[in-house]
Design a protein around this ligand. Structure first.
Ligand code: R5P
Length: 311
């Protein structure tokens, strides 16, 4: 078994390799002068079970292309099995047609990864679990919830907690986290979004008065959803609001918005390599999912159970 990294999240790839006590495959993922991507694998991978770690985060198209070209290079080098380890699966929010004459880009990306030659996929907190069905190859979807729950217990375990889903679509995820937190009560923010990229909080379903609220979601992008929801929860009498989010996309001025927000803290994982803004923020904290992904990789290689990681 071998671990190879493209460029989007080298610190995470190195941490996964360290967990597995093995070096990364000796390979170069470089750019030609015109920005074309060139991959060269400097060691034999014939007959190997290779895991390529690459989040398709910003710049999404470049990082996706790197992943596809790495897979192609491995396939042509006769790797026995190639697993695309995509901790953050970009384009996942385009998982259905929101209107007539629009694409389902998540499906297109799944097709591209499969056609490039991947034998399996390993992702973390896919935006919608059904995206697994976009692949006709085995796809494991890991959950950051156990890592988050351990941190919440350590930080907020003595408080009167309430788990909050910042939108109706995230209720299943929030309920799963609440279950891990000794069946903490659940509230839901009924968010209405009139235009893409804008968010508006309408209603809080549940009594949050005096509660320490833990919002959970898969993605924080502009930060609008979280900042608006935090204000709405505090207006309803919540004692404090923190957010635990799997993927810190944090585009544009998101970190500045979070820094000025009513959120006590934003906790993200390292599925996406944090920018300097994120690292400099005293309002954002990062949990690593390297041991979780590393353990899943080990189990896939050993052909043992991955789901039992979440029992
Ligand atoms: C939407 O369905 C997602 O789960 C997130 O709530 C959304 O992507 C967050 O976006 P933003 O931070 O831009 O409000």
């Amino acid at each position: 078994m071998k671990i190879m990294a493209a460029n989007s999240n080298l610190p995470l790839a190195r941490a996964i390799a360290a967990y597995l006590e093995m070096p990364l495959v000796d390979a170069g993922v470089r750019r030609f002068a015109d920005e074309e991507i060139f991959v060269e694998i400097h060691e034999n991978v014939r007959g190997e079970d290779v895991f390529v770690v690459q989040s398709t985060s910003y710049p999404a198209n470049d990082n996706l292309m790197e992943l596809l070209i790495c897979i192609d290079a491995l396939r042509r080098a006769s790797a026995k099995r190639i697993t695309a380890v995509v901790p953050y699966f970009g384009y996942a929010r385009q998982d259905r047609k929101p209107g007539p004459r629009t694409p389902i880009s998540a499906k297109l990306v799944a097709n591209l990864i499969t056609e490039a030659g991947a034998s399996r996929v390993l992702a973390v907190d896919l935006h919608a679990a059904q995206i697994q069905g976009f692949f006709d190859i085995p796809t494991d979807n890991l959950y950051a919830a156990p890592v988050m729950a351990a941190d919440i217990q350590a930080r907020y375990g003595d408080e009167d907690l309430m788990v909050v889903s910042p939108d109706v679509g995230g209720v299943v995820r929030a309920r799963a986290l609440a279950k891990r937190l000794d069946n903490a009560p659940l509230a839901i923010v009924d968010k209405r979004r009139d235009r893409p990229g804008e968010s508006e909080v309408m209603n809080i379903i549940g009594d949050v008065k005096g509660r320490h609220c833990i919002m959970i979601d898969d993605i924080v992008d502009s930060g609008g959803t979280l900042c608006n929801a935090a204000e709405a929860l505090l207006a309803q009498g919540a004692a404090s609001v923190a957010a635990y989010i799997s993927h810190g996309v944090l585009s544009g001025g998101a970190v500045a918005r979070i820094n000025k927000s009513a959120l006590k803290e934003l906790v993200i994982t390292d599925t996406i390599r944090p920018t300097d803004d994120v690292l400099d923020s005293d309002r954002v904290r990062i949990l690593t999912i390297a041991p979780l992904v590393g353990e899943a990789v080990r189990r896939i290689a050993d052909e043992s159970s991955v789901s039992s990681l979440f029992d």
